[in-house]
Write a protein that binds this ligand. Structure first.
Ligand SMILES: *[C@@H]1O[C@H](CO)[C@@H](O)[C@H](O)[C@H]1NC(C)=O
Ligand SMILES: *[C@@H]1O[C@H](CO)[C@@H](O)[C@H](O)[C@H]1NC(C)=O
Ligand SMILES: *[C@@H]1O[C@H](CO)[C@@H](O)[C@H](O)[C@H]1NC(C)=O
Length: 423
């Protein structure tokens, strides 16, 4: 109901521009051209909003300003995809890999807390009914912040950390910096990690800071396949500095396919509790309480779809196998860690933080971490990864240190403040 109202609003703005156009004489042809461009953009934004915002059965106002629309599961954006016209939704995975760790025990052992009741801020004001999925409503201003209407919801080209081939010139060019752990050289069918949640400070509007896992297929060419999930702070994408749960996928190295969250058709959501792109609450305190989220992505060996689970038991949904080329078989590399954009404001390194904004040396309670890192192997079992490598472009700005112990299995601390006297 509310989505069409936004379209009407777009129409009103358009009408105002038309009036301006009519009042304008030949003398202000320049202004008329500008107004024409504005109205074309408004129309494109309106079209985009109609496509991405689906009619809601119920809408929930979140304290952070978001509106969460509860959309009938069969009306979600995925079903705009021509290949999904006759798709029968899988309401549960045919297969679920068993982990090495007892998750309920893990939380109490680590000293970190996992919030059981409120996971996302909007839960304070209601829940979505059964048979619907929660979708963060896209506003006109969200689309207008993107470099173009077409690029809205998409990552920029070639931002994947490429440890073995890291070319310093390319690193400087793209401005993206990473501090990650990774494995390669086998066939992987999934990955899991418990990720500590923070709210890193972002210096410039066009920068972001994220912490995620990457499931990669292909050889970093134009056809790279990627499935990504984690948390991010991205003023450009969301209009604020909140820490949000996100997913991403592409099957052509961020060119024409894929997007964040449900901003294009692809991911099929089945869960009515968790909204992609919604704020996570609570966040860890420096020197105080630590909060974790758990993310598992795995390939169902029967149907071939890639599934995602959030927390110990919330199965969110799946990416159908046909979206991918390499990942239709398996992944060739898994990465875990942080990424920031360094746009070199004032010609200096950005002060945008990664993770907690502190270096790994500071350890638990102060540095950010990924723990109990696992991969899904060829026999579809979760196990500790072997031969974990680490990579960072400038360790004086953001660093990573991996370790091993009984409770945390394979884990690493990562992050940093960015700009400082050594960076
Ligand atoms: C969907 O089903 C209809 C009717 O059976 C068929 O004509 C159409 O080709 C199918 N579309 C796809 C994408 O499979
Ligand atoms: C990036 O560029 C800066 C300034 O041009 C240079 O000082 C620095 O060494 C470069 N970094 C790498 C990793 O090449
Ligand atoms: C986000 O943080 C930056 C500084 O880190 C601040 O300048 C900006 O106003 C904040 N934006 C919002 C929407 O709070």
């Amino acid at each position: 109901m509310l989505a069409p109202a936004m379209v009407v609003h777009g129409g009103f703005r358009c009408a105002a521009v038309m009036v301006a156009l009519i009042c304008c004489s030949v003398l202000c042809a320049g202004v008329a051209t500008f107004a024409g461009e504005v109205s074309r953009k408004q129309i494109a934004v309106g079209k985009r909003l109609r496509r991405v915002n689906k009619p809601a059965l119920k809408s929930i106002q979140s304290p952070d300003g978001d509106v969460i629309d509860c959309v009938h599961i069969a009306h979600q954006p995925a079903f705009d995809h021509p290949f999904l016209k006759n798709h029968t939704i899988q309401m549960r995975p045919a297969f679920h890999p068993e982990g090495l760790y007892d998750e309920s025990k893990l939380v109490s052992d680590s000293g970190a807390k996992e919030q059981k009741t409120i996971l996302q801020l909007w839960h304070q004001n209601g829940r979505c009914p059964k048979g619907t999925i929660p979708i963060r409503r896209t506003k006109g201003e969200d689309v207008l912040r993107a470099t173009s209407v077409k690029r809205f919801g998409r990552k920029k080209h070639k931002t994947i950390p490429k440890p073995r081939f890291a070319d310093p010139d390319l690193i400087n060019e793209s401005g993206h910096q990473h501090a990650i752990a990774y494995v390669e050289g086998e066939k992987y069918y999934g990955a899991k990690a418990i990720i500590n949640v923070w709210e890193p400070k972002i210096q410039q509007f066009n920068e972001f800071s994220l912490s995620q896992l990457w499931i990669l297929g292909g050889s970093f060419g134009e056809d790279l396949n990627s499935i990504e999930a984690g948390w991010q702070v991205s003023p450009d994408l969301y209009g604020d500095n909140n820490t949000r749960l996100f997913t991403y996928w592409t099957s052509d190295a961020y060119q024409a396919t894929g997007c964040y969250n449900l901003l294009c058709s692809g991911f099929i959501q089945i869960n009515s509790d968790i909204a992609m792109g919604a704020s996570i609450s609570p966040i860890s305190d420096y020197g105080g309480s630590q909060y974790d989220i758990s993310i598992l992505v795995w390939k169902d060996p029967k149907e071939g779809n890639w599934w995602m689970q959030f927390g110990s038991d919330l199965v969110l949904g799946y990416w159908p196998s046909f979206l991918f080329s390499y990942l239709a078989d398996s992944a060739s590399m898994i990465e875990w860690g942080g990424e920031v954009v360094n746009s070199q404001p004032d010609g200096e390194h950005t002060a945008t933080e990664m993770g907690s904004g502190h270096f790994p040396e500071e350890g638990f309670g102060k540095a950010s971490y990924f723990r109990n890192i696992q991969i899904v192997d060829e026999s579809n079992n979760l196990r500790s990864p072997k031969n974990v490598g680490t990579f960072t472009e400038q360790s004086n700005c953001y660093d990573v240190q991996n370790e091993n112990n009984g409770d945390w299995g394979t884990f690493f601390y990562y992050g940093g403040p960015g700009r400082n006297s050594d960076c």
